[in-house]
Design a protein around this ligand. Structure first.
Ligand code: PEP
Ligand code: MG
Length: 428
């Protein structure tokens, strides 16, 4: 009955929204709590202040008038912040100014993480000048469109993009992404009110593949669970969700659900250059099981006379276990993509959602950098290419180190594409 109880909650929330003349735009009663009764998204542009934003709330919100997100909870590595980044919306986490703020004018500086309520005219002038200077910088970066991501000495690297939805492809093309290094496919599930059908998934992947016109598109299979919840999945609440039932752990337990996604990916493969990548891997057996179900899906399609291509397969290296067995994993796949967000969380034992730990979340920790080096070496030994798709890929203070390590690909949010290309092109 537990999953049904969540359905009842969801329906209750929706009914209350409708009776209050509000769009039922969020998914469950629990999630509607960020809105006060009777609140609607105002017509003018706003800064959205909340205690917290779950990934599904971020997906469901009407973002057209949102200038910035400011939340009390969450950290720079939480999915809501990553989503905001991919939508080019400044987001600041870990501050609580709900009392003082309430309707006043405010300035959010996404570069410094400062929020200034009721700014005086001098400050406003200073910030307007900063915005103008930033606009000029963006203009200069736009001159790098169409240019290669290559160092002065001729060393090339693939520069791909992370996206969460079909809509994001426009900003990939606008910022000259050379491919999609991470399609976080779970957001198609979060946007949906029930299990998406094979046809719905197929159409989404096909659109992305076609729009990318032959450029690489790496679809990461469903990484749901932990902070990414959809009521219809009926997942139980867990004490330690980040270390719990998520990603391939769910997919391998529900092979039919997994196969539906894999069939959709395979069907879409004929419309472009699609690869498939499995998240949260900790063992060779898991990879073999994922590949077995992929092969089964392919066989089924062939028997039904439906065309599909051979797709490259890869795994995310985002657990310390995967780092340590990368030599064995490399014999199973075509590529590795290092997920530094989770790898940092699990290696340093620092919850990526917890803003209180931001001061000790050392993303340049030697344990992380050595892990990356080890994965590159083990990957290359077996002819496997190695990329980074975690947020660290966009850290331009490490670009030189990544190239020296032999990283083959960096995958970043669309707005970081040109800054990273700029950093690469400045290297000797
Ligand atoms: C990662 O963990 O670095 C990653 C890219 O995956 P996600 O942020 O979606 O967990
Ligand atoms: Mg991850």
């Amino acid at each position: 009955m537990k999953p049904r109880a969540e359905d009842v909650n969801d329906i209750t929330g929706r009914l209350i929204s409708i009776l209050n003349n509000r769009e039922p735009d969020v998914r469950s009663q629990e999630e509607t709590e960020i809105f006060e009764e009777g609140d609607r998204m105002p017509d003018e542009s706003v800064i959205l202040m909340a205690d917290d934003l779950t990934p599904s709330e971020t997906v469901w919100l009407d973002k057209s008038g949102i200038l910035a997100f400011v939340t009390h909870r969450g950290s720079v590595h939480s999915h809501a912040a990553i989503l905001a980044r991919s939508m080019n919306i400044p987001a600041i986490t870990g501050i609580d100014i709900r009392e003082e703020w309430d309707g006043k004018m405010a300035v959010v500086d996404g570069y410094t993480g400062e929020v200034t309520i009721d700014p005086d005219s001098e400050y406003l002038e200073k910030m307007t000048a900063k915005m103008r200077a930033d606009g000029k910088k963006q203009e200069l970066l736009r001159e790098l469109k169409g240019k290669e991501t290559v160092t002065k000495g001729g060393k090339k690297i693939h520069l791909y993009t992370n996206i969460s939805s079909v809509k994001d492809v426009d900003s990939v093309l606008e910022n000259d992404g050379e491919g999609i290094g991470l399609l976080r496919s779970e957001f198609l599930y979060l946007e949906s009110e029930g299990f998406p059908t094979e046809q719905q998934l197929f159409l989404a992947y096909k659109t992305v593949a076609e729009k990318m016109n032959g450029k690489k598109v790496i679809v990461r299979t469903l990484d749901i669970g932990a902070d990414k919840q959809a009521d219809y999945l009926g997942l139980e609440k867990e004490d330690n969700p980040a270390m719990g039932y998520r990603a391939v752990r769910i997919c391998l337990n529900r092979p039919e659900m997994f196969k539906t996604q894999l069939r959709a990916i395979l069907r879409a493969s004929v419309y472009g250059n699609i690869s498939v990548m499995f998240p949260m891997i900790i063992s060779v057996q898991e990879v073999r099981e994922c590949k077995r179900i992929l092969a089964e899906a392919k066989k089924e399609l062939a028997a039904e006379g439906i065309a599909c291509k051979d797709v490259e397969t890869g795994v995310m290296i985002e657990t310390p276990a995967a780092v340590w067995i990368s030599e064995e994993l490399a014999r199973e796949v075509d590529f590795f993509s290092i997920g530094t967000n989770d790898l940092t969380q699990y290696t340093l034992a620092i919850d990526r959602q917890n803003a209180k730990l931001d001061h000790i979340r050392d993303t340049h920790h030697p344990a992380i950098l050595r892990s990356i080096q080890m994965v590159v070496e083990n990957g290359h030994k077996s002819g496997v290419w190695v990329g980074i798709c975690g947020e660290l890929a966009a850290d331009t203070s490490l670009t030189k180190m990544f190239l020296d390590m032999g990283i083959d690909e960096l995958s970043v949010s669309p707005s970081f594409l040109l800054p990273v290309r700029d950093a690469v092109r400045r290297l000797e």
